[in-house]
Design a protein around this ligand. Structure first.
Ligand code: HEM
Length: 332
């Protein structure tokens, strides 16, 4: 007896869903080939304008993508505004007063919508934009698999729980990456994103009045660097939002200078320096040395790890998600 078509479809769907896991996302390079063939060009062109206007914009978008993927997978949940019915992730402890670039996403989304209305998810746009951001400041290229859906939900709790903080210990940070299916190598390579962008005094105060002197090589340059940091970021209250580049040598260039800074013991964030200086970080230290001496190995691993980061999927968003019209709000 033949099965009714709906039952066959349901069985296939449930097999498909049960086969879905983080390492096997339903993403492809040609997902928009027939529905929005120019999407990659549109995003690239917009990101070119944004980065030309201010190279910092590259850093903002890369970090947004990271904060998206660590909470419910890469599903655009980070972009949702708070409303009466939805509590977004923007007030999470690691993001409040800190995570930026939402207006950049709005502008790119508007351009994409004007050419392909209702087709390309915000999560995909953010993933493509992060890749373009890296290239535009001198970093490596990688192909971006697409086909993500936007969530109809966000989770402040998960954002608070999953996102690592500057003062967190190395093992805790590693465990947060392992939880996402990422390895110790991914931790060290992806932390290399701190070769661009800025951090606020609130996030490096404890470090510059703590063990910076102990880890630093104490050259005249590093002493000047530390005293400049201290004058902009006082030990007592005040100056919390004053910013300093995490890579003070080439702040707007995506290169491996971040790892050289760690070798000199001058990492701005505690979490960065621990990769090299923690007694618990034998493997991470070896990787920092490797990437400092071999920029190509860093670029290759960074590209590979970014694809892994972008492929963190979320079954619920994939099955129940949508293509938002406006990245800040779920569709009505
Ligand atoms: C390993 C654990 C990580 C920790 C503890 C961490 C922590 C931080 C902190 C505290 C800041 C400064 C925020 C502020 O002061 O407002 C920051 C900035 C940044 N992070 Fe991370 N991060 C981590 C991993 C990553 C990853 C995996 C990426 C991307 C692949 C990334 C990309 C960035 C970028 C680009 C910035 C600069 C943003 C800007 O200029 O505003 N971070 N991170």
């Amino acid at each position: 007896m033949a099965f009714p078509l709906t039952i066959v479809l349901l069985i296939s769907l449930s097999i498909f869903i049960s086969c879905l896991h983080a390492s096997d996302p339903p993403l492809t390079l040609d997902y928009y080939a027939s529905t929005c063939p120019n999407v990659f060009d549109i995003v690239k062109k917009e990101m070119e304008c944004e980065v030309l206007e201010d190279p910092r914009n590259a850093a903002l978008v890369v970090r947004l993508h990271f904060h998206d993927c660590f909470v419910q997978g890469c599903d655009g949940s980070v972009l949702l505004d708070d409303t009466v019915t939805l509590r977004g992730e923007k007030k999470a402890s690691t993001s409040v007063n800190s995570l930026k670039g939402f207006d950049i996403m709005d502008r790119i989304k508007n351009k994409v919508e004007s050419e392909c209305p209702g087709i390309v998810s915000c999560a995909d746009i953010l993933t493509i934009a992060a890749r373009d951001a890296v290239i535009l400041v001198g970093g490596p290229y990688w192909d971006v698999p697409v086909g993500r859906k936007d969530s109809k939900t966000a989770s402040l709790e998960l954002a608070n729980a999953n996102l690592p903080a500057a003062e967190e210990g190395l093992l805790s940070i590693i465990s947060k990456f392992l939880y996402q299916g990422l390895s110790v190598t991914d931790v060290v390579a992806l932390s290399g994103a701190h070769t661009i962008g800025m951090a606020r005094c609130a996030n490096f105060r404890a470090r510059i009045y703590g063990d910076f002197e102990a880890t630093s090589v104490k050259t005249p340059e590093s002493e000047t660097y530390l005293s400049n940091l201290r004058s902009m970021c006082p030990a007592a209250l005040g100056g919390d939002n004053k910013e300093s580049a995490m890579d003070y040598v080439t702040p707007n260039l995506f290169d491996n200078s971040y790892y050289h800074i760690l070798l000199n013991g001058e990492g701005l964030l505690n979490s960065d320096q621990e990769l090299y200086s923690s007694a618990l970080g034998i493997q991470t230290k070896e990787l920092v040395i490797k990437y400092a001496h071999d920029p190509l190995a860093f670029f290759e691993q960074f590209a590979y790890s970014m694809v892994k980061l972008g492929n963190i999927t979320n079954l619920d968003s994939f099955v129940n998600g949508e293509v938002r019209q406006n990245c800040r709000f779920v569709n009505t």
